[in-house]
Design a protein around this ligand. Structure first.
Ligand SMILES: O=P(O)(O)OC[C@@H](O)[C@@H](O)c1c[nH]c2ccccc12
Length: 257
């Protein structure tokens, strides 16, 4: 499944590149105001740093929410106290878009993450051109040389890579690639299985100074508490925020966990 997601994302990127060649996107990326500091936002120790996600659907859960106006949702997240906002831009299975990201960026003043299956520089240029401050790099989808190259390029563009691991080996590879913000995703993207305990298992491997992000599997405040007690600096939450009726109330309950 992961390979299929990357293939689709790269096909879609190739299609966009036909319309908007690399040089043009690069110019747009360099013309952007400097990216916001995603590391600083997620390293804060005076609160629970929630990365709130704009998520319409997923391959494992199917349709989640319509979200006609991602900017309204993003504004709600930001005013409820989200540290950052994640925007799915994958079109096929997650029903997102780069337009969603650009619109969110224009609406809020917290850092914005491009949530995508990124495997080439063009996608990072697009991310910055749309205003992303952080970009997701999934260790399981990239060989080490490519992971390192993309992490470096992300930083060169002024963005912060959020490097995602599912296993001990992947976490160590992420650290080797120089990740300063490193996530452990409780959902294994190859099997879609949820393993909420994996963050606590891997948290002791983080060196000082690397931001610990716990991703997925938060359905109630107790799950946020469990991640924070296990050492999470930040928690990435999608489904629960878009399916529980009022996102502001739900997010506030997580921030007060
Ligand atoms: O909806 P959840 O279980 O709260 O999960 C959010 C986020 O962690 C999840 O969307 C995610 C984490 N890593 C990913 C990589 C690609 C797509 C999606 C993801």
């Amino acid at each position: 499944m992961l390979a299929e997601l990357y293939e689709g994302a790269l096909e879609d990127a190739a299609r966009r590149r036909e319309a908007r060649p690399t040089a043009e996107v690069e110019r747009a990326a360099l013309d952007r105001a400097r990216a916001l500091d995603g590391y600083a936002a997620l390293a804060r120790t005076d609160r629970i740093n929630v990365i709130a996600e704009v998520k319409r659907a997923s391959p494992s859960r199917g349709h989640l929410a319509d979200i006609a106006d991602p900017t309204a949702l993003a504004r709600t997240y930001a005013s409820a106290g989200a540290a950052a906002i994640s925007v799915l831009t994958e079109e096929r299975r997650f029903k997102g878009s780069l337009d969603d990201l650009a619109a969110v960026r224009a609406t809020v003043d917290v850092p914005v993450l491009r949530k995508e299956f990124i495997a080439e520089e063009y996608q990072l240029l697009e991310a910055r051109a749309a205003g992303a401050d952080l970009a997701l790099l999934i260790v399981a989808g990239l060989d080490q040389a490519l992971l390192e190259r993309l992490a470096r390029f992300t930083e060169q563009l002024g963005m912060t890579p959020l490097v995602e691991a599912h296993t001990r080996d992947e976490l160590l590879r992420g650290l080797d690639a120089g990740a300063r913000v490193l996530g452990v995703n409780a959902r294994d993207l190859t099997t879609f299985e949820l393993r909420p305990e994996i963050f606590a298992e891997l948290a002791p491997l983080y060196p000082e100074g690397v931001v610990r992000v716990a991703e997925s599997a938060v359905l109630e405040p107790a799950h946020v508490r469990r991640y924070v007690d296990a050492g999470a600096d930040a928690v990435l939450i999608g489904e629960a925020l878009v399916t529980n009726g009022d996102p502001a109330t739900t997010l506030e309950s997580f921030l007060n966990a």
